[in-house]
Design a protein around this ligand. Sequence first.
Ligand code: NHW
Ligand code: EN5
Length: 388
Amino acid sequence: RHRFWETQPVGQFKDLGDALLPEGPIEQPITLSKVRPDPYTLPALYEWSTCDVDNDATAAEVYTLLANNYVEDDDNMFRFNYSKEFLRWALRPPGYFKAWHIGVRVKANKKLVAFITGVPARIRAGSEVVRMAEVNFLCVHKKLRSKRLAPVLIKEVTRRVHREDMWQAAYTAGVVLPTPIANCQYWHRSLNPKKLIDVGFSRLGARMTMSRTIRLYKLPPLPATPGFRNMEFRDVPAVTGLLRDYLSRFVVAPDLDEKDVEHWLLPREDVVDSFLVESPDSHEITDFCSFYTLPSLVLNNATHSNLKAAYSFYNVATKTPLLQLMNDALIAAKQKDYDVFNALDVMENESFLKDLKFGPGDGMLHYYLYNYRLKHALKPSELGLVLL
Ligand code: NHW
Ligand code: EN5
């Protein structure tokens, strides 16, 4: 069934439910000097190319490869359209390795035709904090599909991660592979229902008119919680404290320090937005919410070419009800002209999705660990990790 994945140290379908298998690494690390020093062999026409996304021309090549060849929905109506600035943010967190940004080019003309990346992270699984690679942006040009290039890319990123003495990875995919640690669902909250219907992202409900639909999704012009404001640099220690405390509740979650919070959560225009509630009297920071910006290209539509989507990132409510905090996040996103606000059913998100008029999407997101076994699959609500 899975000629490649059956050879890898990942949970196998045949082992599901075998409670005797221990939790933790599936295979032990080997001595660093025994890690293969040379890259895996590519088909003769192609060559490896480390991609420096700080370089404008290279970032543009990566952007274009993904804009034309990355993830689409099941009906091929939309394709993720990560911006160059987003890619720079996603690929250069604290301690990142240039060598983990891996391209494949055509030798003859140097055209970029495939890509895969890793970034380092500390991920807690149960009580263990493990140094892992977060693997993302695996992409093979449409004209080179089904030639078993993806396994070569995956083996090569694995080799380069091993060379940094890391032996585990976390990744997500819309497809089912051996074997998910959690199966999550996308939910969508219309902010601009007319446009979403025009492009086929959503449909007019039964017995609904356009004007009734617009009224249904209408939001107040401004966030309602007193003390709701943008996160600033001076808030990094307080936000780190809130997040660390909150994420300790989940079975799998990132272990974030102040440097991580500064990178991942300090607002960057059109990349990541973060808000908090500062108590008007005590000036204490009690609540936090954030979303990242990932537009999609609208394929084959005469009037619209882009959909501006916000994706719920990390949220912590200690004083403001989570429902009210997320309603303010929706208002903030509407203010910034997003068309839709997306969220997974991870963490405590189920507690607000229905009340805030999110509807279930047709896409699933499966979470995976490489070379790390959990005793049981997780419910989405036990997962405290959001990948980009
Ligand atoms: S998920 C998004 C992945 N990208 C896309 O969907 C973009 C559009 N599609 C493509 O570009 C987020 C191609 O279809 C791709 C496959 C490149 C997906 N993950 O080359 P072949 C991520 O980036 C397996 C893992 O012939 P292709 C996370 C497939 O099951 N494996 O196919 C990435 C089969 O193996 P099997 C996937 O269509 C995590 C083999 O690839 C996969 O031309 C990566 C077929 O290869 C997917 N999304 O190219 C793993 N899709 O065993 C990281 C297909 O079933 C692991 N496959 O025969 C950790 C590594 C680090 C470890 C460190 C210790
Ligand atoms: C790695 N980080 O399928 C990620 N998106 O539901 C890679 N559907 O947008 C893996 N098909 O349901 C990503 N509208 C896997 C996801 C790939 C992209 C994907 C889905 C998620 C999506 C939309 C559009 C469907 C178009 C037809 C969808 C319904 C919205 C509606 C709004 C009103 C209330 C009910 C729901």
